[in-house]
Design a protein around this ligand. Structure first.
Ligand code: CUK
Ligand code: CUA
Length: 645
């Protein structure tokens, strides 16, 4: 469709413009700029570093992609919710427990929204959180080591989509159930007829408390009517202490065959006074209810080994019993995204089936609450009047508005999925001032710091859902396409297409130096507390314990110790505990053994990782280093002899 549009435009151009298009290219928006100008803006010379980190969710690959901005270079992938072949995450004995849930071990997740930690409303480079949508979880990744350090499951939830957004001082991470679920008086009976939806299905919003050290726990859940809760965003500045969640399906349909999920003219944004709710929770209000969930964390005191703990209860606050914590803001047709502007005064929804973008005023909302100017109530929750809380409506925002980010200069940028464009509008006047085509169909967009109180406002990345002809074809399956847009001037300028792995729903960007100053370059051997470590070659050994064999192994350029192992029998379970003795940046060693029936390892300097191996055949089996680590890399090898049972 786009190509037709594009070539149609092409032929309408006057000859002079045509010539300039042939010489310099066209950015697809009718804004002509030379390719050399765009190229210069994204060119990062060899040996130089990008100005920003870009963190993109991997969507259905369950990981977090790390990109350089403006070059668009994919520089790293942090394994989070899926097992990773690259370094053994989720396979090695040290990391397996990270993927434990109340459903057992879940090896593959669906990651949607990364969000950087903040201090005083500004990204601080400590951590990045990301949600898992399918089996509801939130992960915390430490940006000192670019590793997943903790994952907490969300109980009483199904489809954790409205997550992981943080409050301005990272007091809380928000989450919500996208699918309503059967919840009875004590949250225990899930075995109900689906037809009982309207009576028995409810929603929950969760507030995960984050400690100074980053430890997460579910402080409280708020019981909600049985709608679908889609996205959330925390207030800031004047609206600090509040959080906003979009909901759709206020009709409470449970089968799309009825096609009535979008029948209502307006759905709701739920405004939550989380500070008040947190006080209630602290006072012991609400009820402790069943809410079994698992928390997995890397135990840094004990060898960096992941541990799981199960928590059986959760505090639930019922807005019918506790006043002043939830209000509904009517919002046109199935709002998807909700975003609070950097000033904290405006709450912007993306009503994906709506023809306008409603902008709610926080000050008007508070006035309406103070004067109890309600239109009615749903499940005891006051519904405010649309007209009394509205700041304005953005007219002609494109078709299918989804998500909005901000430049900190008074402008908002909204993606329009159906009309494939980014629309720039002025927040105060709600007037559209510029628009640019994207290729094709953007979901989220990202401006570094663009959902905090301090956006960088230089670049915008559109995260497009459809790729088609933007890259060399790779068969039916293609990487998604991101587009970098210069937003430093009045007119947006398309600079670069770059491919992204998985499906980046949302992304975060941050000035590189905020993250760089925290980097660990290697793990100190003297800090290694792994119970199976061998921090010198003298400590290496093989110990048998029944059918279990523990090999305390070290690796350093360019040999393993021990490198000849005998006495192993078919039926044994062999644990190779491999400590990398290197004490320098970027000298990992790998470990692989023939018939590896669990995984391989990639061990960072100073780290101990464990591979389990259950030999099924008699013979002498080689193992070797998989990472080209020195001129003698090819010599890094050894043998294991396996004898009959
Ligand atoms: S979602 Cu994908 S386009 Cu998960 Cu934030 Cu809106
Ligand atoms: Cu160690 Cu290659």
């Amino acid at each position: 469709m786009k190509n037709t549009k594009h070539s149609h435009r092409f032929w309408m151009l006057p000859a002079v413009a045509l010539l300039s298009v042939m010489l310099f290219g066209c950015n697809g928006n009718g804004n002509f700029s030379s390719n050399t100008d765009a190229a210069q803006k994204v060119y990062v010379a060899p040996g130089e570093l990008d100005e920003f980190y870009g963190f993109m969710s991997g969507g259905y690959n369950g990981q977090l992609g790390v990109y350089g901005i403006p070059s668009g270079r994919h520089i790293f992938t942090v394994p989070v919710f899926s097992q990773a072949a690259v370094n053994g995450y989720g396979y090695s004995e040290e990391t397996k427990a990270m993927l434990n849930t109340t459903h057992g071990f879940v090896p593959w997740g669906d990651a949607h929204h990364p969000e950087l930690s903040q201090t005083n409303g500004e990204t601080d480079g400590r951590w990045i959180f990301i949600n898992e949508n399918n089996t509801p979880r939130v992960a915390r990744i430490g940006l000192d080591e670019f590793k997943t350090q903790e994952i907490i499951e969300i109980p009483n939830s199904a489809g954790n989509h409205a997550s992981a957004f943080v409050t301005p001082n990272t007091e809380y991470v928000s989450a919500a159930t996208r699918f309503s679920i059967p919840i009875d008086a004590d949250m225990s009976n899930m075995d109900v007829s689906i037809d009982s939806y309207k009576d028995t299905f409810k929603g929950t919003l969760s507030f995960i408390k984050v400690s100074e050290e980053g430890k997460m726990n579910i402080d409280f859940q708020i019981l909600m009517p049985g709608f679908d809760y889609d996205l959330s965003h925390a207030g800031k500045g004047p609206s600090d202490g509040w959080a906003f969640f979009t909901s759709y399906n206020s009709e409470q349909a449970h089968t799309l065959l009825e096609i009535n999920a979008s029948k209502n003219d307006k759905d709701f944004i739920a405004a939550i006074n989380w500070r008040k709710a947190a006080e209630y929770a602290k006072e012991g209000k609400g009820k402790m209810m069943p809410g079994k969930h698992v928390r997995n964390y890397i135990d840094h005191e004990e060898g960096g080994i992941a541990k799981s703990e199960t928590i059986n209860e959760v505090r639930v606050l019922d807005p019918r019993e506790l006043d002043g914590i939830v209000y509904f803001l009517p919002t046109p047709k199935s709002p998807h995204g909700v975003d609070v502007d950097p000033s904290g005064q405006y709450i912007i929804a993306g009503g994906k089936l709506s023809t306008v973008i409603p902008v709610h005023s926080f000050a008007k909302m508070i006035d309406a609450i103070d004067s109890e100017d309600y239109e009615g109530e749903v499940m005891g929750i006051p519904v405010l009047k649309y007209d009394s809380i509205l700041h304005g409506e953005v007219q002609d925002p494109g078709l299918g508005p989804l998500h909005t980010e901000f430049d900190g200069k008074g402008y908002a940028y909204t993606t329009a999925f159906i009309s494939s464009e980014v629309v720039k509008w002025e927040i105060e006047s709600t007037q559209v001032v510029d628009r640019i085509d994207t290729y094709y169909s953007p979901g989220h967009l990202m401006i570094p710091g663009g959902d905090s109180q301090k956006p960088d406002g230089k670049y915008l990345v559109a995260l497009n859902k459809i790729t088609k002809d933007r890259y060399l074809p790779t068969g039916p399956e293609m990487f998604h396409s991101a587009q970098l847009i210069d937003i430093s001037g009045d007119k947006m300028q398309l600079l670069l297409d770059f491919p992204t792995e998985g499906e980046p729903h949302y992304a975060q960007g941050i000035a590189a130096e905020k993250v760089m100053k925290r980097q660990k370059r290697f793990y100190k051997l003297e800090d290694n507390t792994h119970p199976y470590r061998a921090t010198t070659e003298a400590q290496t050994r093989v110990e048998r314990d029944g059918d279990e064999v523990h090999v305390y192994m070290t690796t350093i350029r360019s040999h393993f110790s021990p490198d000849n192992i005998e006495g192993i029998k078919v039926g044994d379970k062999v644990y190779f505990h491999v400590t990398n003795l290197e004490q320098d940046w970027d000298v990992p060693h790998g470990f692989a053994i023939i018939g590896a029936n669990n995984s391989e390892l990639l061990i960072m300097p100073g780290e101990t990782l464990t591979l389990t191996w259950e030999p099924k055949k008699v013979g002498v089996f080689p193992f070797y280093c998989t990472d080209f680590c020195s001129a003698l890399h090819q010599e890094m090898q050894g043998y294991v002899r396996v004898s009959p049972e």
